[in-house]
Design a protein around this ligand. Structure first.
Ligand SMILES: [Zn+2]
Length: 479
């Protein structure tokens, strides 16, 4: 990290422009922010790169991308010399349940089914608006400082999550949960539907938040309520997010719970009219070649969560086939209770390794491909491909700088390989979202981390009290 931020004073700018006008020099175009001397990975469709590149931002948009010369054509009150570090689009975490960070690392040993023995009892006892807000602040800080500028979420009280996300200053595609059981923000079954409508109305015109409807899964939401959820998403033209084909026995679960015979979850979606181009499928592990073609044909997209899927032993999604079929796919961490992490760098490296291994072919999922999935792929999967995900003129300015002079990132011959396999969240030095600098020289500018740590310590103390009463502790083997 050798970069230097320069903030020119108004006086200096006035002097500079006066000099130009008296000497008849070519007038520089005005901008708000210039990033120069970076290894720029644009992630545009041609994967253009500039080894000594420049990005120019005005208001909240990228107005120019190019080589070193470009920096001389503009003037801006803020200029950053990236010092040869990597400049790339902010990363997208395409599937998360951010407040579950409050429960990270509980029940990792001596538990048969974490969902039933740990998650549900903890959530039943502890969830509140207050916990959801505080945990979302904490999670959004982890993501922001780790280079994630957009994430997608499914949980309860999404308005609290939206407030926290806006406070930290990153983007969220936030899906309010619809589920058959009573939950913290909806005491009656499927009350989330009403909650979702209010949430959508509240956040429909937000700069950073895209509200969404998120029925939990096919085996927890009836066909009628799946249709009603989709109709709500369509009415407001917002994304429809759902867990899909995460478990091998989902068709049997659907039949047992709702009496509907389905030989494939994806065909079932199609048969009830909820598979189209605003449908985001989280997981999509147990799907056939035919299902992939149907997803492609309908324009639905996929959030691929390789770390959570392997840790939870649910399976390996056919990500190579999905990608080859041209289905939009992003990488997700899933909730930090399942995967313990919201680290998209780690997810990239893991995705690359696991698909090479299971397919017995080291040429698959090359570094540039996983970087694509973590940026423009995720943006497309969330329906934001025309706004974010690449560094191109006209796109919103969501940009990160990654240090390639750290012990774990130097030397870097191939920046894609460094990002995919060597770099981590700790190497992110600067983060810009919507044209605003939210992390500068590794310092979060939008929130006091000490306040977050204090609030999360209160949350931790409450969780710890309840966690110790969980049944699974009694079954732990003594050593
Ligand atoms: Zn999930």
């Amino acid at each position: 990290m050798k970069k230097k931020w320069t903030l020119l004073s108004v006086m200096a700018l006035a002097l500079a422009s006066a000099t130009f006008s008296t000497t008849h020099a070519v007038e520089k175009k005005s901008a708000d922010l210039i990033i120069k001397n970076g290894q720029v990975l644009t992630m545009n469709s041609k994967k253009d790169r500039f080894d000594n590149g420049t990005i120019v931002v005005k208001n909240n948009k990228i107005v120019a991308v190019g080589d070193a010369k470009l920096a001389d054509e503009y003037s801006a009150p803020k200029v950053v010399d990236a010092g040869g570090d990597i400049v790339m689009p902010g990363m997208v975490n395409s599937h998360n349940h951010v407040p579950m960070v409050a429960f990270r690392s509980i029940g990792e040993e001596g538990v048969g089914n974490r969902l039933f023995e740990v998650f549900f009892p903890l959530e039943g006892e502890l969830l509140s608006r207050d916990l959801i807000y505080k945990a979302s602040i904490h999670g959004a800080i982890e993501m922001a400082m780790g280079g994630v500028t957009t994430y997608s979420d499914m949980y309860y009280h999404e308005d609290e999550i939206a407030k926290a996300t806006e406070t930290i200053g990153i983007r969220g595609v936030l899906g309010e949960t619809v589920i058959s059981s009573p939950v913290v923000d909806a005491p009656t079954p499927y009350g989330g539907l009403q909650y979702a409508e209010e949430f959508i109305k509240q956040y429909k015109n937000s700069d950073l938040i895209v509200p969404a409807v998120a029925p939990h899964a096919t085996y927890t939401v009836s066909p009628e309520m799946l249709k009603a959820s989709k109709a709500l998403a369509d009415k407001y033209k917002v994304p429809f997010i759902i867990h899909a084909a995460e478990f091998a026995d989902e068709p049997q679960r659907i039949e047992k719970k709702f009496g509907v015979k389905a030989d494939s979850v994806i065909k079932y979606f199609d048969s009830i009219g909820i598979l189209d181009n605003n449908t985001i499928l989280a997981h999509a592990i147990h799907i056939s070649d035919e299902d992939i073609q149907l997803i492609k044909q309908k324009g639905a997209t996929i959030a691929h969560n390789p770390i959570a899927n392997t840790k939870g032993a649910t399976g390996v999604a056919p990500a190579i086939k999905i990608d080859q079929a041209g289905v939009a796919m992003g990488l997700g961490t899933d909730g930090p209770m399942s995967s313990n992490t919201m680290d998209v760098f780690g997810t990239m490296g893991y995705a690359a390794r696991v698909h090479k291994l299971v397919n017995g072919d080291q040429s698959l999922m090359p570094p540039s491909k996983v970087v694509e999935l973590a940026t423009i792929g995720g943006a497309k999967a969330l329906g934001l491909g025309d706004k974010i995900g690449s560094l191109e003129v006209g796109k919103l300015a969501d940009i990160i700088i990654v240090d390639v002079h750290a012990p774990n990132t130097f030397p870097t011959y191939d920046p894609y390989a460094t990002i995919a396999y060597a770099a981590g969240p700790q190497n992110v030095t600067d983060v810009i979202v919507n044209g605003k600098i939210i992390v500068e020289n590794k310092t979060l500018k939008t929130y006091d981390y000490q306040k977050d740590l204090k609030d999360m310590t209160d949350v931790y103390n409450k969780v710890k009290e309840v966690e110790q009463t969980l049944e699974f502790h009694k079954k732990k083997p003594q050593n």
